[in-house]
Design a protein around this ligand. Structure first.
Ligand SMILES: Nc1ncnc2c1ncn2[C@@H]1O[C@H](COP(=O)(O)OP(=O)(O)OP(=O)(O)O)[C@@H](O)[C@H]1O
Ligand SMILES: [Mg+2]
Length: 390
């Protein structure tokens, strides 16, 4: 009888706890930065594991809190994915304050007193729902000033209680699309600069956009935070984890040929590795390289709809360059060999490539010899373009 764990070994959603593979160095680094009050920004392509890492670090920090040997660190992750205007952003920040208050004082009556002490004019009610108690905070009209005030209050609460609070803002790139985004960034900058006990972690995809937000002299958030890069998980770490899953499932490990096929197809993209392995676990026998090839095709087929949609949204020259890179990854996109293959002038290749890099369709990878290879970032996209354009 197989003794498979009760948690999903290869989750489709966030990976935390035992399903979280490695990233020891990133976890330790981020925890350390939080302890040192070093504000941080993280940018990595879509579905690389940013949110899983952030949630895992919150779990790690909750454990240090239980040890009570250091100043307690409380955390809250807010997600700006659906933020379309300043009102919703304000609501999210209020949710962070409410979360901190509840962490500090879970008892009803005292919680209300605490909330009133700091945010009297905004406290509307205390609600008890399925997920526990929460303080509902409301404002008539959100403004950059009210955002700033909320963040400063958060710091005041943390300082008064001698705790640290890590405010983790996921999908931060959404800020740029808001009306008056510059003023909003400015109000956040002001709060970050004044912060004593709140540590800010900004995370998101669209790396070039975040890069500009944090490293362009003309932008409010310039030089306030240090970058943390999230890379793909190494082959060794994946092998360790997959090997024990394989032994649990089939009483034997995968062959070297099977691993080679898995890593070549998925390029160790965490989302695709999990999708393939989830399907493999349903096979009766330990998979061979050929089984992996077949499952990989099934996975890409399931992603096909949105991949084709993404491809359809590209300009004609971008689509041509992406198609050419899928078949011919290159270190020299302006060289004749590539421009002739793509059938475009070098200048057209350059501007299309800039846009593809900016939007994370293409990635540049530095090789051991220092050369840079340009290739399609999403392995599913690469596979579709490669097989259908060849
Ligand atoms: N450390 C990890 N161990 C195991 N699986 C992981 C790990 N990190 C990410 N994954 C898997 O990769 C996929 C994407 O993870 P996650 O949602 O955390 O990424 P993300 O970068 O936040 O994505 P998005 O840009 O869509 O918000 C999920 O299937 C998740 O289970
Ligand atoms: Mg995420």
């Amino acid at each position: 009888m197989k003794k498979l764990p009760t948690y999903p070994l290869f989750p489709k959603g966030l990976a935390t706890g035992k399903a979280f593979i490695n990233r020891q160095a990133d976890r330790a680094e981020l925890t350390d930065r939080i302890l040192r009050l070093e504000h941080t920004w993280i940018a990595a392509p879509r579905r690389y594991g940013k949110t899983s890492l952030l949630e895992q670090v919150c779990v790690d920090l909750a454990k240090t809190r239980a040890q009570k040997s250091t100043q307690a660190i409380h955390t809250c992750v807010i997600d700006l994915m659906l933020v379309r205007d300043i009102e919703v952003l304000q609501k999210q920040l209020f949710a962070a304050v409410s979360s901190l208050l509840v962490q500090l004082e879970p008892a009803h009556k005292k919680l209300l007193t605490l909330a009133r002490k700091y945010l009297d004019k905004y406290v509307k009610e205390l609600t008890v729902g399925m997920e526990g108690v929460s303080v509902s905070l409301k404002i008539d009209r959100a403004t950059p000033d009210s955002l700033n005030e909320t963040l400063l209050k958060l710091d005041k609460i943390a300082t008064d209680h001698n705790i640290r609070f890590a405010l983790i803002i996921d999908e931060f790139q959404k800020i740029v699309d808001l009306p008056d985004s510059d003023i909003i960034e400015g109000s956040i900058r002001n709060a970050v600069q004044q912060s004593k006990n709140v540590i800010y972690i900004f995370s998101g995809s669209r790396r070039s956009l975040l890069q500009r937000m944090f490293t362009d002299k003309r932008r409010p958030l310039y030089r306030l935070c240090t970058q943390l890069t999230v890379e793909r998980i190494s082959e060794e770490e994946y092998k360790k984890y997959i090997d024990s899953a394989s032994r649990l499932n089939w009483n034997k490990g995968l062959s070297e040929a099977a691993y080679a096929e898995l890593f070549a197809a998925t390029e160790r993209h965490p989302y695709y590795i999990n999708s393939v392995c989830r399907k493999l676990m349903r096979l009766a026998k330990c998979p061979t390289a050929a089984d992996i090839q077949e499952v990989w095709r099934e996975v890409v087929d399931e992603e096909r709809h949105w991949l084709v949609n993404e491809y359809g949204n590209l300009s004609t020259t971008q689509a041509i360059v992406l198609g050419a890179l899928a078949r011919m990854p290159t270190a020299k996109p302006s060289a004749k060999a590539f421009t002739q293959f793509a059938g475009l002038a070098a200048s057209s290749v350059k501007s299309a490539l800039d846009a593809l890099l900016r939007d994370d369709h293409v990635q540049s990878k530095t090789n051991a010899d220092g050369s840079t290879l340009y290739h399609v970032l999403d392995p599913g996209m690469r596979y579709i373009l490669n097989s259908e354009l060849s």
